[in-house]
Design a protein around this ligand. Structure first.
Ligand code: BG6
Length: 477
């Protein structure tokens, strides 16, 4: 569905995110006709280059990050023609009048801040003082949204200098992933699951976001953040919220976000005995976290596993286990909903625990599988076996899914003015309020992370966390 005409201003347009994700994503939307032909992209950055130079550099980026379509020379030229570049150092007054002069009254205005969070306040107030903010304007920001609650509050205040909450789009790219949205469809468009979606029927939930990559040149940022700030406070928290939230009364931004905030506010304070921090060490020449982060004494965690309780009627008695880490065996992200065992077992051979599981696979393959126990076919006796019902989208929909990158979807939602998949200010603050005491305790105790082998499944202590409750983590990969 094409969106309305827009002027999208990208601050930090020469940066990594803009070149790898934002602009290639826009090019893909352009190539399928979703971006109106009169839409314009106004790229700004501190580099003293002109529009022709910017376009030439972008050609190279698009060849790498949108390879399937960049071979279509005519399309590529048409896309590049929508882009102008303005040299702008946000700290100085220069360039702002030129920028604002380019903006059309009739089009949606979106200001995408792909810059350090320390510049949010300056940009928001400059846009406001140059009268660039119309009712049809939106501002888009990226994570990290602060480093703790105090900073997140200050950033919210900065953004509100020029924009209403209804104009602020805080991106968590996990919310743009196809399966994450499908989780909402699964839960709220089917009558089958919702009656089972509670502690009476669900034993526990395992949320895993495992990465095989290490810190990949982002050591400086990551070493200050660690897995808790980098992944748990945002991506895992969002997955937890969507899994646990009450059905919203409408599929509308505030109705959905109200329910998510309630989940975060219902989280019991984390028990320090039920949190495992890890840091990868070298195994067979893969390198260690400390080498990759360039800090030989770093105590930053590259892995977190924890048991989380949601203190409300629906979930009392059903723990949520969260796990994320870098340099693990494989890249696997999934939500495993593990149902309770049958109350009375009539088959003697059921020595192993068998319970139904629904696995919501986020990556590498997207889809949903349902694990059931059946009788093994054949006359050789009554044996039980597990079968998996596969609802993988590519199979179920005949390979017709449009696996557009999360950023593409989110940028189009910004233009449409749909905030459903963006974090509201209070949601981000609530997540920090829950995470901050955990980090403070680690810092106070100068807590050293547990080592784990690069390419493994995480520290032994993380396995124990689940073993103590009589369960095991699902295999990574
Ligand atoms: C980012 C984190 O937000 O998400 C990275 O800063 C992480 O450290 C990335 O690698 C994971 O995203 P995805 O989409 O590859 O799972």
């Amino acid at each position: 569905i094409p969106v309305s005409s827009f002027d999208l201003v990208i601050f930090g347009a020469t940066g990594d995110l803009a070149q790898r994700k934002i602009l290639p994503g826009l090019f893909r939307r352009f190539s399928v006709g979703q971006m109106p032909r009169d839409a314009r992209i106004i790229a700004t950055a501190r580099s003293e280059i002109d529009t022709d130079m910017f376009r030439a550099d972008l050609r190279t980026s698009l060849a790498e990050f949108a390879p399937c379509i960049s071979g279509d020379a005519e399309m590529l030229d048409q896309f590049l023609a929508t882009i102008v570049y303005i040299h702008l150092d946000v700290m100085s007054q220069e360039g702002w009048s030129e920028l604002v002069g380019l903006l059309r009254r009739s089009a949606v205005r979106a200001f995408y801040l792909s810059v350090s969070t320390s510049l949010f306040g300056t940009i928001a107030s400059r846009l406001s003082s140059y009268e660039a903010v119309t009712p049809e304007s939106r501002i888009v920001v990226e994570k990290p949204f602060g480093n703790d609650l105090a900073i997140a509050r200050a950033l919210n205040a900065d953004l509100r200098q020029g924009f209403e909450e209804s104009q602020i789009y805080r991106i968590d790219h996990y919310l743009g992933k196809e399966t994450v949205q499908n989780l909402m469809a699964l839960r709220f468009a089917n009558a089958l699951w919702e009656p089972l979606w509670n502690s009476t029927h669900i034993d526990h939930v395992q949320i895993t976001v495992a990465e095989s990559l290490g810190v990949e040149g982002r050591g400086e940022y990551y070493n200050r953040a660690g897995a808790m700030r980098d992944m748990v406070q945002n991506h895992l928290m969002q997955l937890l919220c969507l899994t646990a939230m009450e059905p919203p009364s409408r599929f509308e931004p505030n109705a959905v976000r109200d329910e998510k905030v309630k989940v975060i506010e219902a989280l019991a304070p984390a028990n320090p005995q039920e949190i495992v921090r890890g840091q990868y060490r070298d195994k067979e020449g893969q390198g260690s976290y400390r080498e990759h982060a360039g800090d030989p004494t770093s105590r930053t965690e590259s892995f977190v596993a924890m048991k989380v309780a949601i203190a409300n009627w629906r979930w009392a008695g059903t723990p949520f286990y969260l796990r994320t880490g870098k340099r693990l065996r494989a890249r696997t992200s999934e939500i495993a909903v593990v149902f309770r065992e049958p109350p009375h077992m009539i088959f003697p051979e059921m020595e192993n625990r068998r319970s139904n599981q629904m696995i919501i696979h986020l990556q590498p393959d997207e889809g949903i599988t349902l694990h059931n126990t059946i009788k093994e076919p054949g006359p050789g006796g009554f044996r039980l076996a597990e079968v998996t019902l596969d609802m993988t989208f590519a199979n179920a929909l005949g390979g017709q899914t449009d696996s557009q990158d999360a950023y593409e979807r989110l940028i189009m939602d910004v233009i449409r003015g749909d905030q459903t998949l963006f974090m509201r200010g209070d949601e981000v603050e609530a997540a920090w309020a829950w995470v901050d005491p955990i980090i403070a305790r680690w810092e106070e105790a100068r807590h050293a992370p547990e080592p784990y082998d690069a390419g493994g499944s995480g520290p032994e202590e993380a396995l124990m966390l689940m073993h103590r409750d009589g369960w095991r983590w699902r295999e990574i990969g």
